[in-house]
Structures are given as structure tokens and as C-alpha cells.
Design a binder for this molecule. Structure first.
Ligand SMILES: [Zn+2]
Length: 287
């Protein structure tokens, strides 16, 4: 098991963290791609689930400690722990400690979107059973349209939005909603993609002439670097395709460092292309 490894990008220090191993249905993770193709990249277990992780990103810039996404957290029911094979023997608090921080040291928590595998860890159950913000000194930054969708779910996304993950933030008065693409901190900006959810966003990290991108559920694992390998979960898959067509070309040409939030092994790497085939050159992976 690897400790925390960081990447210096100009004035930004990026540290991929870890919250949980979990598993999701392989068919749902690859949409229209047939199983004989996807299982070569992502072997399925006896319940057809593939191995995934949640890897929130710590961004340190000057005096600010920003967390991008917050993992699954500790509130899952025993039933969901079984359904999703959630294994948090190594969790976000431990991973932060490896990076030299306590939960109280985090200043800002930014959501790519509010699905439970991305923002479940924004809140936590304390010893008395109460649900509180997991990072006691932090403000929580959420796109206003995503807040609207998460608090008004429909039949197709209801299983992904668990109110205990985000409503307690509003109750505690630590929630900041914002509209549109913007710079969150110098060198850290959010970019709307839609696709996976109506207001899903990716996060660009730009400093010292280099770019890293936290691609969240647009390119969740290294197995998703081909354009049509799009999750069946996506509400607007043609938006995902449009984003990937442009983005992956740019990522190869401009050497963006990609931060993979769900890959079972690789936290960060470059998308390369050789003889028309894309592959990932890992920069940080679990040993
Ligand atoms: Zn996800």
C-alpha cells in the first residue's frame, strides 16, 4: 500500500488521496461496450462487479488546503456496503494523515458533483450518531444547479443522491453555492461538462505552464480513455462523448496530467497514443 505521493505543478502541490475500494456493475460502468471487450481491461467478480476506488484530490496552494471530492465516507448502510463491496480499511482521514494533515486542516471542499461515491465523505457520523460536516473548519463549494438536482432527484438518479451526504452542510451553514465556470483559487478552475449528470464538472489545475485535470466521471479509470467507453449511468451520454472527443485529443497533444478518481491502481498519468492506440503512462500508482 503506497503512502501519499505528491506532484508539484508550479505553485500547486497535488496529492491524490484515497477513501475506499468499492465495486460497481461492469456493464453499467462501460455502457454500450460488450463484456468480452471490457472484461479484458476490468475483470468482473462473481456478481459482475469491477474493482474501483475513490481518490479525492488534495490541492495545496499557498496557505489554502482544498479537497476535490471527499470519497464515500462512513455513513453507508450494511446493505449498501455489501452491494457496493465498500472497503474503507484505508480511508480518507488516514490518507490525509499520510499527507501530514488532519480533517480540521482542510479549508475548502469542492464537489465535482454530489453522487455518493464523490461526496459521501463530505459528512460523517460522529460518536453520538449525529451527521456533521466531516471537515470541521471547511467551507463546501457546490455548483448551484447540481444542488438543485441532488435535492430534487428523479427515478434515474435517486440511488446516487443520498441527502445525508449534503443536506447537513446546509444545516450547518457551511455550504457555498456558485453558478457557472469559475476560478476557485489561483490556478484552480471548474469546467462544466454535463454528460454524467446535468451539472457534472471537471477541475483544471494550471500553474507553471503545466495543466493537470481531475476528470471525475468523464474519464473515471484508465479503461475509459477511448471515446465510446462511456458509463451506462450517464444521463446525457452524447455530452460525455462531445467532451471526450475534444478533451482527449487536447490531453494527448498538450500533455495534461490526468487525475483518475476511480481507477483501481492508477491515481495520475498521461494519456499517450502510439500506432493509433491510446494508453496511459502511469505517474502515480498504488504499489
Ligand atoms: Zn463516480
Amino acid at each position: 500500500m503506497s503512502g501519499s505521493k505528491s506532484i508539484t505543478l508550479g505553485d500547486l502541490e497535488l496529492t491524490p488521496l484515497f477513501d475506499a475500494y468499492f465495486r460497481l456493475d461492469g456493464g453499467a460502468m462501460f455502457g454500450v461496450v460488450p463484456k468480452p471487450l471490457w472484461e479484458r481491461r476490468a475483470p468482473a467478480d462473481e456478481r459482475n462487479r469491477i474493482h474501483l476506488t475513490t481518490r479525492p484530490l488534495l490541492v495545496r496552494t499557498g496557505f489554502t488546503r482544498l479537497l476535490v471530492d471527499a470519497g464515500i465516507g462512513n455513513k453507508m448502510s450494511a446493505k449498501n456496503v455489501d452491494i457496493y463491496a465498500i472497503d474503507r480499511r484505508r480511508d480518507l482521514a488516514g490518507s490525509l494523515a499520510e499527507a501530514g494533515l488532519r480533517t480540521g486542516d482542510v479549508d475548502l471542499v469542492l464537489a465535482s458533483h454530489l453522487h455518493f461515491d464523490h461526496f459521501g465523505g463530505a459528512t460523517a457520523t460522529d460518536e453520538s450518531g449525529a451527521i456533521r460536516p466531516a471537515f470541521p473548519a471547511a467551507r463546501y463549494l457546490v455548483r448551484a444547479d447540481e444542488w438543485e438536482d441532488a435535492t430534487h432527484p428523479h427515478e434515474r438518479n435517486r440511488a446516487s443522491y443520498l441527502p445525508d451526504d449534503f443536506v447537513p452542510l446546509q444545516t450547518a451553514g457551511v455550504l457555498d453555492l456558485f453558478d457557472g465556470d469559475r476560478e476557485i483559487l489561483p490556478g484552480v478552475r471548474v469546467h462544466w461538462t454535463g454528460g454524467h449528470a446535468r451539472s457534472h464538472q471537471v477541475i483544471y489545475l494550471e500553474s507553471g505552464g503545466r495543466t493537470a485535470v481531475f476528470t471525475a466521471d468523464m474519464i473515471p479509470t484508465t479503461a475509459h480513455i477511448d471515446e465510446p467507453w462511456i458509463m451506462g449511468y450517464d444521463l446525457y451520454p452524447m455530452e460525455t462523448l462531445a467532451f471526450k472527443r475534444t478533451f482527449i485529443r487536447q490531453a494527448i497533444e498538450r500533455e495534461y496530467l490526468i487525475l483518475f478518481e476511480h481507477d483501481p491502481v492508477v491515481s495520475a498519468g498521461y494519456i499517450r497514443e502510439k500506432d493509433g492506440k491510446k494508453f496511459v503512462e502511469p505517474i502515480i500508482s498504488d504499489s
